[in-house]
Design a protein around this ligand. Sequence first.
Ligand code: SAM
Ligand code: DTB
Ligand code: SF4
Length: 359
Amino acid sequence: MQVSLNGPQEAKAQSVVRHNWHRGEIKALFDLPFNDLLFRAASIHRQYFSPNEVQVSTLLSIKTGACPEDCKYCSQSGHHNTGLEKEKLMAVAEVIKEAKAAKAQGASRFCMGAAWRSPRAKDMPVVLEMVREVKALGLETCMTLGMLDEKQAQALADAGLDYYNHNLDTSREYYTTIVTTRTYDDRLTTLAHVRDAGMKICAGGIVGMGERREDRIGLLQQLANLPQHPESVPINMLVKVEGTPLGDSDDLDPLEFVRTIAVARILMPTSYVRLSAGRQQMDDSTQALCFFAGANSLFCGERLLTTENPTLNKDEQLFSRLGIQPLVQQDAQSDEHLHAELTGQVAEQKGLYYNAMAK
Ligand code: SAM
Ligand code: DTB
Ligand code: SF4
């Protein structure tokens, strides 16, 4: 399919929210000349978001390693020998200490991850208490705990969990090459439970796992054709972990990563697209291109779950060089924002949405 691009008007006209993307259309976007693709993605980004604001989350691994799943990329799978130190489920008080530190460092969302296939019954009261207490600090909450049944999803929603992260990782076709201990449909079922329970969805994938462009197209098609787009779409660049089957994968061309971000932005124009894992290995220029292409969310803090992330200091410098501001938690501002929108004062009140990065 031919994708034409004549100017901002056309980009605007085509940026309706759709859930019926065909592979050919997505391929045509990937195949655009780089500048045309980025111009189009950036134009759409500006229709829905303030282009210099980035939502900042912090990650904490609340239960580390010894995971029964066999995800080929993961340091935490019990199937691979990565030398990772295992840790049992953390105590609630420890998690709260970390959440307070994340808040002081400027994060608006606190994401808690566990190396589980799915939470056990005895773990649920503990994670529910974590949600309640982190929320009480005034932070948005996100968890990623593996597969959830309907009851578990509802219990998390009732405790006040804002987001649930559950990635599709790659295309349906390539998935069986990457994970054999669960199916693509298992992932989609959990996402449906999360939605039915009323939570926001954080779902994306990983690139650089030896997949073809066709698989990146397939992943984005799956995400964009969900009944409702995930509110948050993390695009992870594979972090190559020694001891995992993907530990010595070939590098993906960074410009192909930027293209993936740009296409995600075009397909899901109202979602936050997260420049997720892999920033530590990425140069500043690639990150800058990602922001231009529509990435508007990231993880800050020196650690992701088990691997390194840029230091706060480094991110502060990058934000400052690019003139990027961290977004203040939206929920806290939403009433005010709605009021401002209704009274046409959004532009004047822009200052409300900014917060200085913690020093
Ligand atoms: N066990 C839960 C699950 O798999 O849903 C939650 C934790 S898991 C580590 C969260 C996500 O991190 C995975 O779905 C995967 O997309 C991403 N991830 C894990 N290891 C990664 C790596 N080495 N590089 C990039 N992303 C990775
Ligand atoms: C997501 O898509 N990326 C984050 C978060 N969701 C949970 C995890 C990245 C993990 C990178 C490898 C590690 O640190 O273990
Ligand atoms: Fe376990 Fe999640 Fe890692 Fe897969 S990605 S091995 S499910 S922790």
